[in-house]
Design a protein around this ligand. Sequence first.
Ligand code: FAD
Ligand code: UDP
Length: 413
Amino acid sequence: MNRSTRERLGLLAVLVFPVDGAWLLDPGNRQAARGDNLSFDYLVVGAGFAGSVIAERLARVYRKRVLVVDRRPHIAGNAYDHYNDDGILVHKYGPHIFHTNSREIFEYLSRFTAWRSYEHRVLASVDGKLVPIPVNLDTVNILYDLNLTSEELEKYFASVAERREFVRTAEDAVVTRIGRDLYEKLFRGYTRKQWGLDPSQLDASVTARIPVRTNRDPRYFTDNYQAMPRDGYTRLFENMLDHPNIRVLLNTDYRDIRAKARSAEVVYTGPIDEFFDYRFGPLPYRSLHFQHQTLDCAVFQEAPVINYPNEHPYTRVTEFKYLTGQKHSKTSIVYEYPRAEGEPYYPVPRKENAELYKRYKELADATPGVHFVGRLATYKYYNMDQVVGQALKLCHKIAGASHRTIAPFREAS
Ligand code: FAD
Ligand code: UDP
C-alpha cells in the first residue's frame, strides 16, 4: 500500500459518529477533516470481498461516492491476512486459497494484485497414515495397502458404492461414490465435527464440494486459475479501496449508524437475519475458533493442510508458509476448532435453513434501497470467487439501473 492510502485508512479508522449527525474526527485529527466531502451515494456495510468489490466498481466505474463501514478493526473480511509478531504472513480467519474457473473474475482481481502460482494440497490423518484428499488412487492404495490401477479402482468404487434413488444428503453424496468404509474413515467424523451435525442431516452440496478421482492427481482444486495474491489479501483490498471516492470507516457497526443512513442506498454484506433483528428467529451459522501458533522450526508438517477426520477436537492444521511461499526460520500454523457460537463463518446448508432464509429473502426483496450480497447476506456457502462474481453482477444491476436521487448521507437525520 502506498503511504497516502495507509494514512487514509489509518485516519478513517478514528472517524466517529457524533450525536448531531455531522461527521467528526477525534480531536487530534479534526484538522484533517476540514474540506473533506463527507456525503455519500452508497453506504456499503462490510469490507470483505462482497463490500469491497461493490465499493470499487461503484466508485471507479459509476463515479459514486461510497462509504464502507466494517465493525472489525481491519478491511478484507475473512480473507484478512497480516504479518504476525514473528514477521510471518498468516491468515487470521483460516486458510484462504484463491481458485476460479472464471477468467473474468481472475482478470478483475488482477487489477489489484500480482499473483503467486499455487496449487493446494491436503492430506488426511487416518489409521496412523497420511493420505491425499480428495480421495484418489493413492488414498485407497495407502489406506488398504493395495496396488490397484485406475481401472481396478473404478471397479472397486462400483462394487462398494451404495445405490440411492436420489442423492439428497452429504452422506448420500459420499457413499454413492466411494462406499461406506471410506465415508466412515474420511468424511463422517470430519463433517460431524465441522458442522455439529451428522452428514445425513446436511445437503449433498456440502460433501459434493470434494471430488473423487481414480488417477493420482493430488491437487485439492482443479480450477483453471489457482493462485495466491503475491503480497497478500489485505494488500489486494487496500489497492481495491484506494480511490478518492471511497471512504472506509472501521470499528463501526451498521446497527449503530443505520438511523443516520436512511437516505443513502445501502449495500449490506453482514448476516441477513441480524439485519432484520432476527424477526423470524436466528439463522444457524457455524463458527470456528482459530488457534494460531508460531514454532521455532522451519517446517512443521508434510503438507499445507492436514485434516484430522477422527482424532482431536480440531478439524485441520494449516502451515502458512506453504501457501505464501515465504522463507523464514520459524513457521506459523493454525488449528481450527468448530463451534456453534461466535462469529458467523459458514451458512449451514440444509432444508430447514434454506426455508428460513427464504423468509428473510422475501423481506429483503421488499426492502427498498438496500441490496444484500455476499456469503452471510445471501446465506450461501460461497467461495471467494463466487462472492466476487455475485458482487460484480449486483453492481451492474444497481448502478446500471436508474435509481432515485439520493440525499447526501450526512444530511440524513
Ligand atoms: P466476509 O468476508 O465475512 O465480510 C463481511 C464483512 O462484513 C465482515 O468483515 C464483517 O465484519 C462485516 N460486517 C458484518 N456485519 C456488519 C455490521 N452490522 N456492521 C459493520 N460491518 C459488518 N474461500 C475460497 O475461495 N477459498 C478458500 O480457501 C476459503 N477458505 C475459507 C476458510 C474459512 C475458515 C472460511 C470461514 C471461509 C473460507 N472461504 C474460502 C470463504 C471466504 O471467506 C468467503 O467466500 C468470503 O470471504 C466472503 O466474503 P464476504 O464479503 O461475503 O463476507
Ligand atoms: N470434508 C470431510 N473430510 C475432509 C474434507 C472435507 O468430511 O477431509 C467435508 C466436510 O463436511 C467439509 C466439506 O467436505 O465441511 C467441505 O470441505 P472444504 O474443504 O471445501 O471445506 P471449507 O474449506 O469450506 O471449510
